[in-house]
Design a protein around this ligand. Structure first.
Ligand code: PLP
Length: 370
């Protein structure tokens, strides 16, 4: 039998979460963001459930090619655009749309030798200060692209830095939105603004395309302000393992490296086949929640490379082989949101999903909850 560490990908939850996007922003076309191998889920494992999206957005050419190999014929948007002049040949061959965020990319476009008609997303730096043209340059760049015979359509694009929260005590998107609207108001073309946080918290925004990532994968973009229950999202990934050993601790006994946990009274603990080499964060504090046979418990002591310890003292009917859900959904239907686990590890659901390592066995859950 393989070591019992599994990542289960729930098809019905992916489809459900996409339906939540549709319901929230019914007027917008939806790019399903599948960068980072679909946030660690595996592009091939999410494709069927998400293929009613209007397009897919990602960064790596290899991932774009994998989508084409799956049979996807619709839009694919490269969120960081092209990385070399050579990349444009792939954009032609695989029919890829791309972001243009810097002048060097536009130069490559003008120099490209093939006859082509690209759909480009012109990115404005409206305040995030990562990618994009300064608002003062935007009109000139747009004019330049209008004159380029390689350009079929230009979509105005920007990205919010604070759609998940307030910024300096004010509405988190107002400062960027104001600039973007001022600059684009006289320009023709569609617009793409919202990520998951903006979709959920600013659903009224005028955006022809949304770019939905984390909400598709059942993590709340503004936890702990809202959890997945508040947004009606379902976990799409369950990380689970089993109890492979049991120890009985006496008062003063300690657990694991560095003796980070010390028992105050006699207690029963379970050793779980999951550690940081599986992608579970070593930094997770004692008290990080787990579900043992669907019952809530918590980790004790340091996370090792291959193992972690959980408290069994108050639990019934658990023993060797009992299911331990590190996040996601238990056999009983009980849910442990990834966001709660992430908070105890000083991070966010995004990072936990992306960190799952190769030695975890992936399985697809086709069952329907309804
Ligand atoms: C990753 C990404 C998104 C998706 O963000 P989520 O918070 O996961 O919804 C949207 N737009 C751009 C430009 C991105 O890089």
């Amino acid at each position: 039998m393989p070591r019992p560490i599994y990542a289960i990908i729930h098809q019905d939850a992916l489809a459900h979460n996409l339906a939540v996007v549709r319901k929230t922003v019914p007027k917008s076309k939806v790019f399903a963001v599948v960068k980072a191998n679909a946030y660690g889920h595996g592009i091939e494992r999410v494709y069927n459930a998400l293929q009613s999206a209007d397009g897919f957005a990602l960064l790596d050419f290899d991932e774009a090619k994998r989508l084409r190999a799956l049979g996807w014929q619709g839009s694919i948007l490269l969120l960081e655009g092209i990385f070399s002049a050579q990349d444009l040949f792939d954009c032609v061959q695989y029919n890829l749309s791309f972001t243009l965020h810097s002048q060097h990319q536009i130069d490559w476009l003008f120099q490209h030798s093939q006859a082509a008609q690209f759909n480009v997303f012109l990115k404005m730096n409206s305040g995030m200060n990562r990618l994009g043209f300064a608002p003062e340059q935007y009109h000139a760049v747009w004019q330049q692209l209008k004159s380029c015979d390689k350009v079929h359509s230009i979509t105005h694009m920007m990205h919010f830095s604070d759609a998940d929260a307030e910024r300096f005590g004010q509405n988190g998107i107002a400062h960027q939105l104001h600039i973007f609207e001022q600059i684009t108001k006289d320009l023709a073309g569609e617009k793409s603004l919202s990520n998951s946080a903006a979709i959920l918290r600013h659903a009224h925004l005028d955006t022809d395309f949304v770019r939905a990532g984390i909400m598709l994968y059942g993590s709340s973009p503004d936890f702990p302000h809202h959890g997945i229950q508040d947004w009606d999202l379902k976990p799409t990934m369950t990380l689970k393992s089993e109890i492979i050993a049991i120890q009985t601790l006496k008062p003063q006994d300690t657990v694991g490296y560095g003796s980070h946990f010390q028992a105050e009274k006699t207690m029963r603990i379970g050793i779980v086949a999951c550690g940081y080499a599986d992608g579970y964060q070593r930094i997770s504090a004692t008290g990080t929640p787990v579900l043992v046979n669907g019952q809530r418990s918590q980790t004790l002591g340091r996370i090792s490379m291959d193992m972690l310890a959980v408290d069994l003292s108050h639990l019934e009917n658990v023993g060797i082989g009992s299911e331990v859900v590190l996040w996601g959904k238990a056999q009983t239907g009980e849910i442990l949101p990834i966001d709660e686990v992430a908070a105890m590890s000083g991070t966010i659901g995004y990072e936990l999903m992306c960190a799952i390592t190769n030695r975890v066995h992936f399985q697809i859950d086709q069952s329907s909850q309804t």
